[in-house]
Ligand binder design. Sequence first.
Ligand SMILES: [Zn+2]
Length: 211
Amino acid sequence: MIHEILPVGMLHCNCSIFGDEESREAIVIDPGDNIDQILAILARHSLKAKAIVITHAHIDHIGGAAKLKAATSAPVYMNANDRALYDHIDMQASWLGMETPERTSIDTEVRDGDALALGPAVFHVLHTPGHTQGSISLWIPTENKLIAGDTLFRDSIGRTDLPGGDGRQILRSIRDKLLTLPEDVNVVPGHGAATTIGREKERNPFLQGLP
Ligand SMILES: [Zn+2]
């Protein structure tokens, strides 16, 4: 499986591009910006995007979705609980002093327990609300990887002081959905360095003494 991680936009959102060597199909997760670079990576590997998955509707994760969809015709997947947040993307843009990006339609609403296939790999959707109400993580057992969006970071967790955030809920999501995965699972957070479930269980200061 091809996996490229490209930090995009001014907030350096980790965009993941997964590609299956056999079918040459790809799943792009969180194309926040730098769509030309994402398209170049797809072209370099001769990949065709079959799905655009959004971990949550913050502008740094979803901002480039419309442009990528226009270029690839791939459908956009997102949890319905972030629709309101996406409806206010103009507000998010003004907070950050950015131009409002073009909007796209959400083609498929993903829920907890849903799964997307890419070649032999299955991407399991875990609903992990707290950073936003529609935040999802993607668990890919054959790759031993978790795409965590802004729910879990190396040594930190997602902020919960923005609209739709809930501090107790994010800890519940992490405890019940993420820390139950095997300790050697590699975690690709929405920003910053990669980590593992075991490392965060042991060292993440926000997760010590969880009931
Ligand atoms: Zn976010």
